[in-house]
Write a protein that binds this ligand. Sequence first.
Ligand SMILES: Nc1ncnc2c1ncn2[C@@H]1O[C@H](COP(=O)(O)OP(=O)(O)O)[C@@H](O)[C@H]1O
Ligand SMILES: [Mg+2]
Length: 300
Amino acid sequence: MTAHSTEQQREAAATPPPATVAMDRAQAAPAPAAASILALNNIEVVYNRVVLVLKGVSLSVPKGQIVALLGANGAGKSTTLKAISNLLHAERGEVTKGSILFDGNEVHNLSPNELVRRGCIQVMEGRHCFGHLTIEENLLTGAYTRADGKAAIKRDMELVFSYFPKLAERKNALAGYTSGGEQQMCAVGRALMSRPKMILLDEPSMGLAPQIVEEIFEIVKDLNDKEGVSFLLAEQNTNMALRFARYGYILENGRVVMDGDAKSLSENEDVKEFYLGISGGRRKSFREGKNYRRRKRWLA
Ligand SMILES: Nc1ncnc2c1ncn2[C@@H]1O[C@H](COP(=O)(O)OP(=O)(O)O)[C@@H](O)[C@H]1O
Ligand SMILES: [Mg+2]
């Protein structure tokens, strides 16, 4: 991370993220909830009443930061985000254990709408735009929870266009006919129209060309810096995510197997070998990594 607003620096100084890589979440103390905008404590999720997919996930996002939730396909990233925003019911999933605090309050039983009203919104994987609506109409649908009038909504639309000039150019185009990158921008822009304090962003890089991904991540960074929006960023693209996030958690099989600040994670040998594609990728699991096993023996 490079430039931060002074307010963020002050906050960061008051609540530094843990500097070391904690290898075993079961034995690590949960992060303090006070300065967190989001704190998950020991979350379990079951699908169809039988399939245990999240097996005690704890994580926290300090106010005003970008935190990455990393892991391979099927690790449980989307499930974690949907557990937070209460979107599991539609998929016969349920949080069976643990607590979720947003801005200091338990939000486990809130409807997705109520959570949006309180400032936490998810941008789903696969950029769900309404294909038959224009970009501008799509953005307006993002303001549905607001009651502060047309003028304020119009101002925020201009704000979205200032962050995403491509959306301004394409505002009268049907979203279904715009590019993948424009649709992802539209999905993030629509979330912004709810005036969020926090966005849960699920795999924004999926299926997009590297320079488009770069462009989108730069905008996310800008929104974080200038508007103070906090992000929990689920990504398989570890390399890219760690360039923009300050802190990261690595999920494997529904468990956090490692967490640390972005720099220590991207320099970690196991992460490099397994997620940054630096070795031949012979191993089947992150947990088989040399450093992880060595550390496990220490802890045992
Ligand atoms: N609706 C569902 N019903 C049953 N199992 C599911 C459902 N959605 C996801 N899963 C399973 O949960 C695991 C985690 O999936 P997901 O959270 O989508 O992972 P990720 O986003 O990291 O790719 C996978 O094994 C997946 O098959
Ligand atoms: Mg996913």
